[in-house]
Design a protein around this ligand. Structure first.
Ligand SMILES: [Ca+2]
Ligand SMILES: [Ca+2]
Length: 207
């Protein structure tokens, strides 16, 4: 109810979208946000392989990653899914994308398995040549979620037609950024003002 009221009042903020927010060159040691899933304890993933270390030509531990990480590719399982359905509303997702390759694909899915948004390694950095040491090719990537996608996003699917798509330190943010909060409060304020006005004139009308 509150969400639909805010949507009426603030259509610009209600547009459903998942966009690439920032690409921050990686650091070693890792210096990003405290991860929700760092694969040191069981993460809700199916497919691919959770492992540590590197195997020449198959997979490489992301620059800045420690312990276990998640890898998908022809040798490790061509695709894998990270289930986010237990989290509820999701406002942004970040993770350490190791040795970015042009043939890596990241998809955001809803609960029915529909693709809400899709990105390849080439969207992250060009050329996406899979360097295992260049911080630009081992970045912390952050994706921002808006509108109905906040509630719809249910999983991430990683796939790779070559070896490999490696990732660690997924941070799932269930709290809006301060700027988003400000927009939402503006939206609620506008709704409240509108309702008071309508009550005064005795008409409740939604366009
Ligand atoms: Ca780890
Ligand atoms: Ca890679």
């Amino acid at each position: 109810m509150l969400v639909s009221a805010a949507a009426l009042a603030l259509p610009a903020a209600a547009n459903a979208a998942i966009t690439l927010g920032t690409v921050t060159p990686g650091t070693n040691p890792y210096s990003g946000p405290t991860p929700t899933y760092n694969f040191e304890t069981a993460a809700p993933v199916t497919g691919g392989l959770v492992t540590s270390g590197s195997l020449d030509g198959i997979r490489a531990q992301p620059f800045g990653s420690t312990g276990n990480y998640w890898t998908v590719g022809p040798a490790d399982g061509p695709s894998g899914v990270l289930d986010l359905s237990s989290i509820g509303d999701i406002f942004n997702v970040s993770f350490l994308w190791g040795s970015v390759d042009s043939y890596n694909t990241l998809e955001f899915l809803d609960g029915g398995g529909n693709v809400l948004a899709s990105f390849t390694g080439s969207n992250i950095f060009n050329p996406a040549n899979g360097s295992q040491t260049d911080p630009n090719l081992n970045p912390l990537v952050r994706f921002d979620v808006t509108g109905s996608d906040v509630g719809a996003l249910a999983s991430l699917r990683l796939s790779s037609t070559g070896n490999a798509f490696e990732a660690d330190n997924f941070t799932i943010n269930a709290v809006p950024e301060p700027a988003t909060w400000a927009l939402m409060m503006l939206g609620f304020g506008a709704v409240g003002f509108g309702m008071r006005r309508r009550r005064q004139v005795g008409v409740l009308k939604f366009a």
